[in-house]
Design a protein around this ligand. Structure first.
Ligand code: FAD
Length: 567
């Protein structure tokens, strides 16, 4: 197995349930840091040693006002992968998303068929007042603890404002519909992050047939060019030696949306002309790295708001939070300020029953200059933009109301930078290349303004604010040209990229893996991670990636049981 990340940890754990199989998991990173345990510290993990720190290539029309004109693309580099640095929000795709995958020829991936895999992972812990949640949608006793994130008072204010603005409140974001606003579920256990390595690998670490090599980076898969069968995995070990390991059954690639396509291309599987540019011998010409889809978000819609009496940024409060956290595992350090509530809405451009905008909230405490800087750096804001945020948050809290394009039309791609595995691939995110995306985002912005202008918000002295972005300064606030300028300058990634090893039947010219996740035309390689999603789901991608890991393991078990592993 390559990559012990979100999906990889699930697959390795489940495959090693078969005592006769030997599972070797090679992970580039180390154990997750202690800091990653504390939910409130999540944003600060970006740009740390646990982050690959990928960045997009500069492209006209998006990410222009960010540092170096690039969008940040953090990805976890540790056991547990991105589940060790992400926001932990556990939101499944909608029924329509999976039914669409199945309708495209991906047998076995309809909602009714994947729901059991979501439930299989889950140990859902309802609070006393959530006993009525529909257990048709939830599992219990699985390795992954899912529970409602603690909502601080800002989250309750925002939920009230969203309701006043006319949106529905949902009891359960993972219930029958995602259209509306709700308190979020997250993978948290006893106040700490429940990443997938903790959930799936920790409890089985003494299995004799599960071997984990950390701090070692796979450089390519060596494939027999005649039989087109994967034979060997090559990796650079922690002592910087190139090593090889023979494959007895098959190799599962779970290196994520950026690295799985890179590794396939380095191994000779990818667009023929592109591989030839770098002198890589072509084993199979497939559209690896294409079909890149991400949820693009907008950071320019914000307001100041009267601070909560309970939550203030000063040394005494920090002591209180730490004391509460250490003694009870509750309070501000177990959650995010505002983000524990979110919602999905439909604009006039929505194509079907699915929401085309998600609204996230990020709160910055008054006077928290460090918090503003950490937040700004995570999204690549420039120093001058961060400074303007710090200025406006001197006396009041600041709330970013962040619309996210959940059904983007724009597509990007991932290309090799060179044939050297240590060179990061080139990421062309392609944000806002479709004007429909600009129009939809504009509707999302208006929706956030509607929420800001409610009585609930007014009662907390809300004032709309303008972030300083030099190139948009000459434009009138609140006009279409102002918003479009801001979108193209400080729009950024939600970090939900998928699709670069697209799943689809052999009749699909863009497909890289088949519905059993085997690479088309090559024996002995499957891909199991976020990169296989044929079409991005409308919700964030974490829960669905875990489901992909669960389902992949079951498919592999069934295939080998039926003696069909390599065919
Ligand atoms: C900052 C951030 C916040 C997010 N927040 C949320 C959220 O709150 N909710 C949500 O739904 N989604 C969220 N997401 C998205 C979600 O977390 C990801 O879609 C998902 O975790 C991806 O899982 P994966 O298994 O595809 O890849 P990963 O979890 O990234 O796993 C890939 C693994 O492979 C390893 N690897 C890569 N290359 C090699 C190599 N050559 N050799 C060996 N190992 C290798 C990596 O180190 C990593 O461990 C967030 C993402 C980010 C980055």
């Amino acid at each position: 197995m390559v990559g012990g990340g979100t999906a990889g940890s699930v697959v390795a754990s489940r495959l090693s349930e078969v005592p006769e199989w030997n599972v070797l998991l090679i992970e580039a990173g180390d154990n997750p840091s202690l800091m990653s345990e504390i939910p409130a510290m999540a944003v600060g993990l970006q740009k740390s040693d646990m982050d690959w720190k990928f960045m997009t290539e500069p492209q006209k029309g998006s990410c222009q006002g960010l540092r170096d004109q690039r969008c940040n693309w953090p990805r976890g580099r540790a056991l547990g992968g991105t589940s060790t640095i992400n926001g932990m929000l556990y939101i499944r795709g909608t029924k329509h998303d999976f039914d669409e995958w199945a309708a495209a020829g991906n047998d076995g991936w309809s909602y009714d068929e994947v729901l059991e895999y979501f439930k299989k992972s889950e140990d859902f812990r309802p609070r006393a007042n959530e006993k009525d949640l529909q257990f048709f949608y939830h599992g219990s006793g699985g390795p992954l603890t899912v529970q409602r994130m603690e909502s601080l008072d800002l989250a309750w204010t925002l939920l009230g404002a969203a309701k006043e603005a006319g949106y529905r409140e949902l009891d359960d974001i993972n219930g029958p519909s995602q259209l509306g606003f709700a308190h979020m579920d997250a993978t948290i256990i006893n106040g700490t992050r429940c990443n997938t390595a903790k959930a799936f690998l920790g409890p089985v670490k003494n299995r004799k047939n599960l071997h984990v090599i950390k701090n070692s980076t796979v450089t390519r898969i060596i494939i027999d060019p005649i039989g087109k069968e994967a034979k060997t995995v090559e990796f650079r070990s922690r002592d910087d030696k190139l090593q090889q390991v023979r494959i007895k059954k098959e190799v599962i690639l779970s290196a994520g949306t950026v690295s799985s396509p890179q590794l396939l291309m380095l191994s000779g599987i990818g667009p023929e002309a592109h591989l030839k540019e770098f002198g890589i011998k072509v084993i199979k010409d497939l559209k690896v790295g294409e079909n890149l889809q991400d949820h693009f978000l907008f950071l320019g819609s914000l307001c100041s708001i009267r601070s909560s009496e309970k939550l203030q940024s000063n040394p005494l409060s920090s002591l209180d939070w730490s004391y509460e956290y250490l003694t009870r595992r509750t309070g501000a350090l177990t959650t995010f300020y505002g983000t524990s509530v979110s919602g999905f809405i439909k604009t006039k451009f929505a194509l079907d029953d699915r929401p085309d905008i998600q609204i996230f909230f990020f709160g910055i405490l008054a006077n928290d200059t460090n918090g503003s800087a950490v937040f700004g750096k995570a999204f690549g804001l420039t120093d001058e933009t961060i400074l303007s945020l710090q200025e406006m948050s001197k006396e009041h809290d600041v709330v970013f109301m962040v619309p996210v394009l959940t059904r983007p039309s724009s597509r990007g791609k991932i290309l090799l930078r060179s044939a050297n595995p240590s060179d990061y691939p080139k990421i062309y995110a392609g944000y806002l290349t479709s004007t429909k995306d600009v129009d939809t985002m504009l509707e999302g912005i208006y929706a956030t303004v509607g929420i800001m202008e409610t009585d609930v918000m007014r009662r907390r002295d809300t004032r709309r604010r303008k972030l300083f972005v030099n190139v948009c300064e000459g434009l009138d606030f609140d006009t279409r040209s102002y918003w479009e300028c801001m979108m193209r300058n400080i729009g950024a990634s939600s970090f939900h990229a998928v699709g670069t090893c697209k799943m689809g039947p052999s009749s699909d010219p863009e497909a890289v893996v088949d519905p059993k996740l085997k690479v088309h035309g090559v024996k002995g390689i499957r891909v199991a991670d976020a990169s296989i999603m044929p079409q991005i789901i409308v919700t964030p991608t974490y829960a669905t990636t875990i489901m992909i890991g669960e389902k992949a393991a079951d498919i592999i078990k069934m295939d080998w049981h039926n003696n069909d592993g390599l065919h």
